[in-house]
Design a protein. Structure first.
Length: 260
């Protein structure tokens, strides 16, 4: 490989690196994670927010494939500097994950020219502008979860759960994992339809990347076997963690406030 003094960082090099920003945005919008990971060197690393360093192209690919569906993604204020075979760039970004509020932030990227003269990303660090105490993602997710309950939509409810989430329903054993929770909900909806759902009280407390949600719900369950409707008022507690750009519910539990 040429040394720094043997190679010149040209206007064409700058244009190539600026183009890599737009290529990255295009891959994100298309869900083309193989194409995106291919922009990294084999030993490149990514430092995403709220998570550990991702080392190596194969692990970067897996990280991308685990992201939620991207609705919109773009960069702004792209700047590139370089000398010889090393360059760096910075930019802002706007990310919109389906059903959640947009996230904005900034990134710093380091590039290296490989022996075949192709530029590759060797390091990237991403930091959101969103304050760690922001709970807007939880608010929008909760609204959609509540609508899913009234539609008997198990997939809509579990869409916002972590893979290792645990649900602690009354009069039943704990349900561990998104799949097990989804199966329990599907069985529940075979017997009941939820109507008249309201939430007269709710408080969300955020500390760093963890949030506690405490709510009071009122709802009515209509038995599908023709029995009498069951009106209830319950206390709900949910624990959330911010993982890979969005809040995920990791624990949920409720109990009735009514006297048996």
């Amino acid at each position: 490989m040429p040394t720094l003094t043997e190679a010149t960082f040209t206007v064409q090099d700058e244009a190539t690196l600026r183009g890599m920003f737009e290529t990255t945005a295009r891959h994100f919008r298309a869900g083309d994670w193989a194409g995106w990971a291919g922009l990294y060197s084999e030993d490149g690393f990514l430092k995403p927010p709220n998570g550990p360093t991702v080392q190596g192209r194969a692990n970067i690919l897996s990280w991308g494939q685990a992201l939620p569906q991207i609705e919109a993604f773009s960069f702004d204020n792209v700047e590139v500097w370089g000398e010889g075979n090393v360059a760096y760039g910075s930019s802002g970004y706007t990310l919109k994950v389906n059903d959640l509020a947009p996230d904005t932030g900034k990134q710093l990227v380091v590039f290296r020219r490989a022996s075949d003269a192709a530029w590759k990303v060797v390091a990237a660090n991403v930091s959101p502008d969103l304050g760690v105490a922001d709970a807007s993602g939880i608010d929008s997710a909760r609204e959609l979860i509540d609508k899913a309950w009234t539609r008997s939509d198990a997939d809509g409810i579990t869409r916002y759960l972590a893979e290792d989430a645990v649900l602690l329903p009354p009069n039943a054993s704990p349900k561990t994992g998104r799949g097990a929770i989804n199966a329990w909900l599907r069985e529940f909806f075979k017997h009941y339809t939820m109507t008249d759902l309201s939430m007269p009280e709710r408080q969300v407390t955020v500390s760093g990347n963890v949030a506690v949600e405490a709510s009071t719900y009122r709802w009515k369950l209509i038995p599908k076997d023709g029995g009498e409707p069951i009106a209830d008022e319950v206390n709900w507690v949910g624990i959330w963690e911010r993982r890979d750009y969005e809040w995920r519910e990791v624990r949920g539990m409720w109990n009735s406030t009514l006297t048996p």
